[in-house]
Design a protein around this ligand. Structure first.
Ligand code: GLN
Length: 304
């Protein structure tokens, strides 16, 4: 019998003592002052048990982790039509790469690089009555937690400095792959990325993907096929140009964000979330990756 609590505590201890904790993202000014010493890890098993160590109840900016939730909402709204406007191939490039967009006629490689996520934001904007409110309620219902909020200061800060995202959105617009005005789409996209959540909330939110599309409350439901597809895209595209490394070292579908969070899951088994704000050179949490590698190595629980 695995002692999950002891495993998480030993991972947290190693993280606390790590000599190199990576570098906090500074291109979003509001994220620049978050301490690298934060570290949280939380595990939720499909049979209803949960375990945590460190700062697993402290909210942080989930950033690109929100792209998975936006994709799942878009899937429930327009289904397979999403794939007319983007592909599902790993990009092998950083999250904010623009070059491929130019070459591939405005069709983003996948929904988790920024250009793909901006198209998803456009889809949500066209299909939701009150986009910001409706998306927030969707995440709250998935999590069964009405306390989840956006962080307006983070959204405003990115609105002032997200120049590459403006470039990507303009390029998409020039290829007619955005229906709404560029500023409206980015206003929604930055808001979505500013969601604040804890590791413990994230393991709840993502339970539906470990549970064939059915969430705890049963208010929100994807089909089994849709859940399988999202997990496949997380495995192949969830870590940008480090997706191969994550599959190689950790072996779980997952998603990272520049706020230093990572969520990963083993279908029918568990969801796990880590938060450590220091990033590696590819923009993924340095200690979060190491923690998840240690977890799947110690427990031998991975999709492989
Ligand atoms: N909001 C961030 C951006 O668009 C999200 C990037 C990330 O978390 N990798 O640049």
């Amino acid at each position: 019998m695995l002692d999950f609590q002891a495993i998480l505590e030993s991972i947290q201890k190693n993280a606390t003592e790590a000599p190199d904790k990576g570098a906090v993202a500074t291109y979003i000014p509001e994220l620049a002052h978050i301490s690298k010493d934060n570290f949280g890890i939380h595990l939720r098993t499909s049979d209803g048990k949960s375990y945590g160590a460190g700062d697993f109840n402290k909210p942080f900016s989930i950033q690109s982790i929100s792209k998975v939730l936006a994709l799942s909402k878009a899937m429930s709204l327009i289904g397979e039509n999403i794939w007319k406007r983007m592909d599902v191939e790993p990009s092998g490039h950083p999250f904010n790469q623009l070059a491929l967009l130019e070459i591939e006629n405005g069709i983003p490689r996948n929904p988790f690089i920024n250009s793909g996520a901006i198209v998803i934001a456009d889809i949500l904007l066209s299909n939701l009555e009150n986009p910001k409110e409706d998306f927030l309620n969707y995440v709250r219902d998935l999590t069964n937690d009405q306390t989840i909020e956006y962080n307006q200061a983070v959204a405003d800060s990115e609105k002032r400095t997200g120049f590459k995202n403006y470039a990507a959105a303009n390029l998409l617009k020039s290829f007619k792959n955005l229906d709404n005005p560029v500023n409206d789409v980015l206003d929604f996209y930055f808001q979505q990325c500013s969601l604040e959540m804890t590791c413990s909330q994230l393991t709840k939110t993502f339970s539906f993907l470990a549970n064939k599309g059915t969430c705890m409350l049963d208010k929100v439901r994807l089909t089994e096929t849709q859940a399988k597809r999202i997990n496949a895209i997380m495995l192949t595209c969830g870590f940008y140009d480090e997706a191969g490394e994550f599959a190689f070292e950790v072996g779980l579908p997952g998603k990272s964000g520049v706020g230093g969070g990572i969520v990963a899951l083993l279908p029918d088994n568990f969801t796990i979330a880590t938060w450590s704000p220091g990033l590696n050179k590819k923009g993924n949490s340095k200690l979060g990756m190491l923690a998840l590698e240690a977890f799947t190595t110690k427990t031998k629980l991975s999709i492989f």
